[in-house]
Design a protein. Structure first.
Length: 308
């Protein structure tokens, strides 16, 4: 049996920062209104998916003490590819200098967890190290005159190096789900802008995140009280708080970076994970619960026992 361990982590965000006060200069909104309803204070915008992914991937590889030649596969989770053809992962692979394979994965904001589990599957059947990246430039598909969406989104990328280990490894359990009948709640058609039915997304997101997380916790053979750190998708502070309450996980054991980044879709969870690692909130043996939801509607959770 071969499992996985996460050996390195890295992120990238654009230099341009857009604050709530900046948005209030052009939209009928205010810093107080945005903060109260979303928890967001600022976001980074103006990114290009491939370039952010390349930078985050390079940082993750360096953090792992490796070279690009040590990576077998690049797996890019994104909803905002640079182009329809070719896959953006090919651009990222070439930009980093990885000699192996590359492919894109689109599960919206759940994409990074989907990618992490997919990497574990590749390792189980013989792959070497996999570079898993979540990267999105939501600012490209946002109508900046629409205050319901403009206040929410940001651009960014986060990456991890997944390495094979003998035995079960760090990934204890996972849970996926999707309901395509709900695609109308959160969507962006070709040539259009992001649309979201906020009330319905909130109601359904809390339910599916909690159910998915509970199943992953149960399959891992632990209790919610054993979760040392919850690393959720950073979509909305109220959704995170509601999920914490229903799961019985205190907010002080939850990573929240939404105030600085906004909703960065596939990049959301790895940005939060990197922040937890850099701030010393993760120790070997800790149980981490990664969970999120996205358009589709998709949802995904994974329980890790941190190994490094």
């Amino acid at each position: 049996m071969r499992g996985i361990t996460i050996r390195g982590c890295g992120i990238s965000v654009p230099d341009k920062v857009l604050t709530n006060d900046d948005l209030s200069a052009t939209l009928d909104t205010s810093d107080a209104w945005i903060t109260e309803r979303t928890g967001i204070k600022e976001r980074h915008v103006g990114g290009i998916t491939s370039q952010m992914a390349i930078e985050a991937g390079r940082h993750a590889i360096a953090d792992a003490g490796l070279d690009p030649s040590d990576i077998d596969v690049v797996l890019l989770a994104t909803t905002t590819p640079d182009a329809l053809v070719p896959a953006t992962s090919a651009t990222v692979q070439a930009g980093i200098g990885v000699p192996g394979g590359a492919f894109d994965l689109n599960a919206a904001c759940s994409g990074f967890v989907y990618g992490l589990v997919a990497a574990a599957g590749l390792v189980a059947v013989g792959s070497g190290r996999v570079l898993v990246i979540g990267a999105d430039a939501l600012s490209r598909i946002t109508d900046w005159d629409d205050r319901t969406m403009a206040v929410l989104v940001g651009d960014g990328a986060g990456a991890v190096v997944v390495e094979p280990v003998d035995g079960p490894g760090d990934l204890l359990s996972w849970n996926f789900g999707a309901d395509g009948t709900l695609r109308h709640l959160l969507r962006c058609d070709h040539g259009g802008y992001l649309f979201m039915d906020g009330k319905e997304v909130f109601r359904k997101a809390v339910r599916v995140v909690v159910e998915s997380a509970e199943r992953a916790i149960q399959d891992a053979g632990i209790q919610a009280s054993d979760v040392d750190l919850l690393v959720p998708h950073q979509a909305n502070l109220r959704i995170i708080q509601a999920a914490c309450q229903r799961l019985g996980i205190p907010e002080e054991r939850t990573v929240m970076v939404i105030d600085r980044y906004g909703n960065t879709s596939s990049a959301s969870i790895p940005l939060a994970l990197d922040d937890a690692l850099r701030s010393g909130r993760v120790s070997p043996g800790n149980h981490l619960l990664l969970t999120g939801f996205g358009g589709g509607m998709t949802w995904a959770s994974a329980v890790l026992r941190w190994g490094r």
